[in-house]
Design a protein around this ligand. Structure first.
Ligand SMILES: [Zn+2]
Length: 389
């Protein structure tokens, strides 16, 4: 048994507890959370830590396999600049070391579970041996009809590779702007209705422009690189509203949502038949487009909000604490609310009933955060997180 206490305990399933104590079994299962109404009471064998205790964090959007890609610079230059940066980056020989370091970094920085995007199965051994729980989305792209079959075969193989290593992995389309109608047709036959999807949504304004009028800087880039069918038809609607209707049956994570507007939300509310979640990656948004999603607009749909770091090519780091700091500073949101996005909301969406809060019976992991301002109940810019259990 262990008893751990700190200045505050954030159980997430209830309000913060001043001088609370978290009691666990030897294997980390929560037995009890003590609340002495702020008083400091001594229980035998209690380890006291300075700072606040929070459950293990859940990162709902990474690209672990891109951990070797240098961060895109300068910031705010837009999606085409980012895509060209990704295409021009040369993979070093020791790239697997970067991936291993990234997994280790997330573990030490309090991440207990990750929903990761994979275009190859290169990360499977690292994921298999990791202390982190991984759920892999085998991502497919392809804007030319003639490559649709080949791309699907490749992505099916990626998912099968992970599955053969005992890791859950399922095919997901990358984004409305990166899939040809032919590939959507194949995906409709391939994707089962219960299968969860993770789709990059309205990360840049140019995505909407491409579908509204077949123009814009993203469209220009695809044409320049000869990546898109000549017969591409714009829909006159936003990119989100141009997604095929069959995916309305699938649980869906919408990633980024920086340029999502009220009419998109109404469209979702009218058409979605399965759970939907917003995943925000604010540091990546700052780096690529310089804009953050409008939380007030997103809140018009009662979908859970979750957090991701995106890859190191755009995100500040693979630490969710950095994402929380941005949302706190730039959007003036309370720490306690954002913490639920990075823990319980994700656990619920993924069906990970053992994670997300200090609820007795769960085994959520325990982190201590130092650099917490007890007057404002906010992270200081110097705040750090460390895994305790
Ligand atoms: Zn991404």
């Amino acid at each position: 048994m262990r008893r751990i206490s700190a200045n505050y305990v954030f159980p997430v399933d209830g309000p913060p507890i001043r001088n609370g104590i978290v009691e666990t079994d030897d294997d980390g299962t929560i037995r009890k959370v003590y609340n002495f109404d702020g008083k400091m009471l001594e229980l035998a064998h209690t380890e006291f830590l300075n700072g606040v205790l929070v459950p293990g964090l859940i990162n709902m959007h990474t690209h672990l396999e891109y951990s070797w890609v240098p961060r895109v610079l300068p910031e705010g230059k837009g999606m085409p600049h980012f895509i060209e940066h990704m295409m021009a980056s040369h993979r070093p020989e020791d790239y697997m070391d970067s991936i291993e370091r990234a997994d280790n970094f997330m573990y030490k920085n309090g991440t207990v579970a990750v929903a990761d995007i994979a275009n190859t199965s290169k990360t499977k051994e690292i994921k298999k041996q990791s202390g982190i729980r991984y759920y892999t989305f085998a991502e497919i792209t392809g804007l030319k009809s003639q490559i649709a079959n080949k791309r699907l075969e490749h992505t099916k193989k990626v998912a099968a590779d992970f599955n053969a290593s005992g890791l859950p992995a399922f095919i997901t389309p990358h984004a409305p702007y990166s899939i040809s109608p032919k590939l959507w047709e194949l995906l409709q036959k391939e994707i089962k209705p219960s299968q969860m999807l993770s789709i990059h949504n309205q990360e840049a304004a140019a995505e909407n422009e491409m579908f509204h009028n077949g123009a814009g800087e993203l469209m220009d880039l695809f044409k320049k690189l000869n990546l898109i069918d000549d017969q591409f038809q714009h829909t006159g609607k936003s990119s989100l509203q141009s997604l095929p209707s069959f995916i309305n049956e699938n649980p869906l994570l919408l990633i980024h949502n920086t340029f999502t507007q009220e009419k998109d939300i109404n469209h979702l509310l009218q058409n979605r038949k399965a759970p939907t979640g917003w995943v925000l990656c604010p540091s990546s948004n700052e780096q690529i487009t310089g804009q953050l999603p409008d939380i007030k607009t997103l809140k018009k749909a009662d979908f859970p909000i979750m957090l991701g770091t995106d890859s190191t090519a755009s995100g500040a780091s693979l630490s969710l604490l950095d994402e929380i700091k941005i949302l706190q500073q730039k959007l003036n949101l309370p720490f306690n609310r954002i913490l639920a996005w990075a823990t319980l909301n994700a656990a619920k969406f993924m069906g990970w009933d053992d994670l997300g809060s200090f609820t007795p019976g769960k085994k959520p992991g325990i982190n201590v955060i130092t650099g917490f301002d007890f007057n404002t109940h906010a992270l200081k810019s110097t705040a750090k997180i460390r895994r305790i259990l």
